[in-house]
Design a binder for this molecule. Structure first.
Ligand code: ADE
Ligand code: ZN
Length: 325
């Protein structure tokens, strides 16, 4: 059996970032809006670096303007996940893009996303849960509004709160109010760090925001004392190797630190981040890691189990998914 066929748990996937380029191009055509310049000659997303990627991401997202658009997007994304053997997916959702952080509008988008998730569960066998994400470069004031949307809709589907965006802007503690608000609403917490920031950015996120998972976190490898602290405390890293390589943080799969982090006892999980932007899928991530580190089925099964343990869903959902692993 190829490792690509194993059942998988994905914890770090941006819903808009997972939009197939043909889906976005089709929607732009239907709505007669010009988002020209974001695709290359083959119809793939085109960007120069991470900061340009964020701009292209936001331009692509600008055609998603109705709950119905998100219903279709969610189904298109989950089809790709299911084709890769994903049985459980936690997806970052942004009220910034879904109704401009207005709670009433956000509820309508959420309803559409949830309905698509239920359809995908029934027809494709992949279970969806949402993590509401504020966007760092939009600033702490907008993040508060996002956190209020999160607190209002926390429950069995919206299970977490996090932060994405440009890690070079501001500090985790600027967003403390938002994270406290989400925590008080019963949401579990994660933050992007250690992707564009060094080891200190990981320390800051864990210490100042009290998150139990870190999005990426891979640059912790530059400080082995921190790696040992992460291993000891059980903080989970949502590692997205294909994303890091496509964005030029590491030169290739063998140079990626996931192997060393795993060897040193850090709880690593495997995700795709924004798969079509990085020309990847969960099946490809597994295949490339198998080749680079000689990881066998047993290693991947252990990582899938650790990922499910780190998932933010309730115990009944976890039990149900466990039977599929
Ligand atoms: N938003 C979408 N993908 C992201 C990434 N890799 N880092 C930070 N913010 C993001
Ligand atoms: Zn991400």
């Amino acid at each position: 059996m190829s490792v690509a066929a194993l059942p998988k748990v994905e914890l770090h996937l941006h819903l808009e970032g997972a939009a197939p380029p043909a889906f976005i191009a089709g929607l732009a055509k239907e709505k007669k809006v010009d988002i020209g310049g974001i695709f290359d000659a083959k119809g793939d997303y085109k960007y120069k670096d991470f900061w340009d990627f964020l701009k292209v991401y936001e331009a692509a997202t600008s055609v998603l303007v109705k709950p119905e658009d998100y219903y279709r997007l969610t189904l298109a994304v989950l089809e790709e996940s299911a084709a890769s053997g994903v049985v459980y997916s936690e997806t970052f959702l942004s009220p910034d893009f879904c109704g401009g952080r207005d709670v009433g509008a956000w509820r309508e988008y959420l309803h559409a996303i949830r309905e698509a998730g239920e359809k995908a569960e029934a027809t494709m066998g992949v279970t969806l849960r949402g993590i509401i994400t504020c966007i760092r470069h939009f600033g702490p004031d907008k993040a508060r509004e996002t956190a209020l949307c999160a607190a209002e809709t926390a429950g069995d589907f919206i299970v977490g709160f996090g932060i994405a965006g440009d890690e070079k802007i501001g500090k985790p503690k600027d967003f403390l109010w938002s994270f406290d608000c989400a925590r008080e609403a019963g949401l579990r917490l994660t933050a992007h760090a250690g992707e564009w920031g060094g080891p200190d950015s990981v320390r800051d996120a864990v210490r100042d925001l009290g998150v139990e998972r870190i999005g990426h976190g891979v640059r912790a490898i530059e400080d082995l004392a921190l790696v040992d602290e992460l291993a000891e405390s059980g903080v989970v890293l949502e590692v997205c190797p294909g994303s890091n390589i496509a964005l030029g943080i590491y030169k290739g799969w063998r140079q990626h630190p996931i192997g060393q982090l795993y060897e040193r006892g850090v709880k690593v999980t495997i995700s795709t981040d924004d798969p079509p932007f990085f020309h990847t899928t969960m099946a490809r991530e597994y295949e490339m890691l198998n080749r680079a580190f000689d990881w066998d089925e047993g290693v991947f099964a252990g990582i899938a189990r650790a990922s499910l343990d780190a998932a933010f869903c309730d115990a009944d959902t976890r039990e149900r998914i466990l039977k599929k692993l």
